[in-house]
Write a protein that binds this ligand. Structure first.
Ligand SMILES: Nc1ncnc2c1ncn2[C@@H]1O[C@H](COP(=O)(O)OP(=O)(O)OP(=O)(O)O)[C@@H](O)[C@H]1O
Ligand SMILES: [Mg+2]
Length: 270
């Protein structure tokens, strides 16, 4: 799905150019769930914007969904396959109602009117917004707006959805709604890149990529990140309760594969 080889990106800062991303190598296979993390300003958003053609790397090669993004026409075409859900729920609705928003996404599908209306209702149901089909967009909650943004990705039949800290402005209920929605899509085959700074979301991801100052510092399993690498401590992360308990067990000689990563692991262990 993603083949990034040695990509770099520079941004403008007043008169100067500064390096935002440097020497990034990452491959993501179709159907994977990858979490991407790193401190504020380390380049997460810049990187994922290059994955759907919004940013153009200044060096290296990048192919997404089989399209070479060095070619300008492919940077348009890639949006068909890779969609972003942004942090700010306000920023991404275009229609005046959820029904209209999903209809925009389906417009280029060439569906007959009746088929299209049926499909809109299917999607609204899938994202839990059937009851809000005709609601004024301005009356939707943050969580409802984020679910609508996911609905638009479904209308476009995106193969990959990138969630850029899409739950960070939501309350716990809205947060778990979006996470569950994403997990359901992943189980149905969509490739997911989940950008987050939340320890428990990282620990529950099968693969984690860590960015620091525009460079890829780590790409691997949560188990080796939290239990065999010094990176979390060097970056000043506060470990989750499960990992704190796991560290104590590790000191007592417990084998790596038994150490808990999530709250659920911990419960099972107890
Ligand atoms: N359009 C732009 N032009 C110039 N510099 C930019 C632009 N967008 C971002 N930057 C800079 O690039 C660096 C990386 O920013 P980016 O938004 O990618 O980080 P991030 O990891 O997503 O941060 P956050 O966690 O705050 O969302 C920052 O120093 C930022 O100021
Ligand atoms: Mg960001």
């Amino acid at each position: 799905m993603i083949r990034a080889h040695n990509i770099s990106l520079s941004g403008r800062e007043g008169q100067h150019r500064r390096t935002v991303l440097q020497g990034i190598n990452i491959h993501i296979e179709p159907g994977e769930w990858v979490a991407l993390t790193g401190a504020n300003g380390c380049g997460k958003t810049s990187l994922i914007r290059s994955f759907n053609g919004l940013n153009t790397p200044s060096g290296g090669s990048l192919s997404v969904a089989g399209l070479d993004l060095r070619l300008p026409e492919n940077r348009m075409a890639v949006k068909q396959h890779v969609q972003l859900v942004f942090q700010n729920p306000e920023a991404q609705t275009v229609g005046s109602t959820p029904f209209e928003d999903i209809a925009f996404g389906l417009e280029n599908r060439g569906l007959e009117r009746e088929r299209m209306i049926a499909r809109i209702h299917e999607i609204l149901q899938q994202v839990g917004l059937s009851h809000k089909a005709e609601a004024e967009a301005s009356t939707l909650s943050g969580g409802e707006r984020q679910r609508l943004a996911v609905g638009c990705c479904l209308a476009l039949e995106a193969k990959m959805i990138i969630f850029d800290e899409a739950t960070s402005m939501l309350d716990p209920e809205g947060r778990s709604d979006i996470l569950e929605l994403a997990q359901g899509l992943w189980q149905a085959g969509t490739t997911i890149l989940w950008v987050t700074q939340r320890m428990e979301e990282l620990a529950a991801s099968p693969r984690i990529a860590v960015l620091g100052k525009g460079q890829l510092l780590y790409d691997g399993s949560p188990r080796s990140l939290f239990y065999t690498s010094e990176l979390p401590e060097n970056l000043g992360w506060l470990p989750s309760p499960a990992v704190r308990v796991g560290k104590l067990l590790q000191k007592q000689g417990w084998p790596l594969h038994l150490l808990p990563l999530t709250g659920q692991d911990l419960e099972e262990l107890l």
